[in-house]
Design a protein around this ligand. Structure first.
Ligand code: FE
Length: 235
């Protein structure tokens, strides 16, 4: 069966915050939707392998942060692609705790929704958690990030744990062509889709503008998802 029609389903992009004591966790999710209005309930689908799944199952709580379209790939990458088991997702990210006690970034979030889980549906690889909204609030004015904006404009990829992941067509996103000679060739991270552009370098990672990919030190890592140079391919 050709599942291309499924790519026309529209989604938003969210940070799902969860917490176990001092351990703060956050992950990107696109499958978040309001289910009922009385009482007001919202559902979120989470892969069973994620730390978020473990924390929500244990605590019965999470919060949904609605991402602003202003969020850039390094910010989104801090919450996606890497597991909260290996990294502190909130390291270096100014954040606050919602009234429900879950972590929420202070930047790039338009609003938050606190959930107390009332039902959950086991769906093979994922669990759909349904929660009563215990609190919600506006953090900033702006336009919400949509999944298509993330894919089309930011050239973001879909990690294999996302409900909408497909190994084939879903991630065969064609990027805009650039005019470049071999030295100034762009390289793409196979994991997250970050594009290394030699003209821009990676100043935050200590790489001067004008540095060819080949000349980047071997210990450099993708600024979005943290993998090494060996995970990059010529664009
Ligand atoms: Fe990457």
């Amino acid at each position: 069966m050709d599942i291309t029609p499924l790519f026309t389903i529209t989604y938003g992009l969210y940070i799902v915050g969860s917490r176990r004591g001092e351990k703060l966790n956050g992950q990107i999710a696109n499958t978040v939707f309001q289910i009922t209005s009385e009482p007001v309930k919202v559902a979120v689908s989470i892969n069973k392998t994620e730390l978020t799944h473990e924390l929500i199952s244990e605590t019965g709580k999470c919060c949904i942060g609605i991402l602003s379209r202003e969020a850039d790939m390094p910010f989104i990458g801090s919450f996606g692609f890497r597991s909260g088991r290996d990294t502190d997702k909130y390291s270096g990210i100014p954040h606050t705790l919602t009234p429900g006690g879950c972590p929420l970034p202070e930047k790039n979030i338009l609003s938050y929704i606190d959930l107390e889980i009332t039902e959950s549906l086991d769906v093979h690889t994922h669990t759909v958690f349904i929660g009563r909204v215990t609190d919600c609030g506006i953090m900033a004015e702006g336009i919400p990030m949509t999944y298509s904006y993330y894919r089309e404009v930011l050239c973001g990829k879909t990690p294999p744990t996302a409900p909408s992941y497909t190994a084939a067509a879903g991630d065969m996103k064609k990027r805009p062509e650039g005019k470049e000679d071999d030295l100034m060739k762009k390289y793409v991270c196979n994991i997250c889709g970050y594009v290394y552009d030699p003209q821009q370098g990676d100043p935050d990672g200590g790489i001067e503008p004008g540095t060819a990919f080949e000349d980047i030190p071997d210990d450099w890592v993708c600024p979005v998802c943290g993998v090494g140079k060996d995970q990059f391919s010529p664009e």
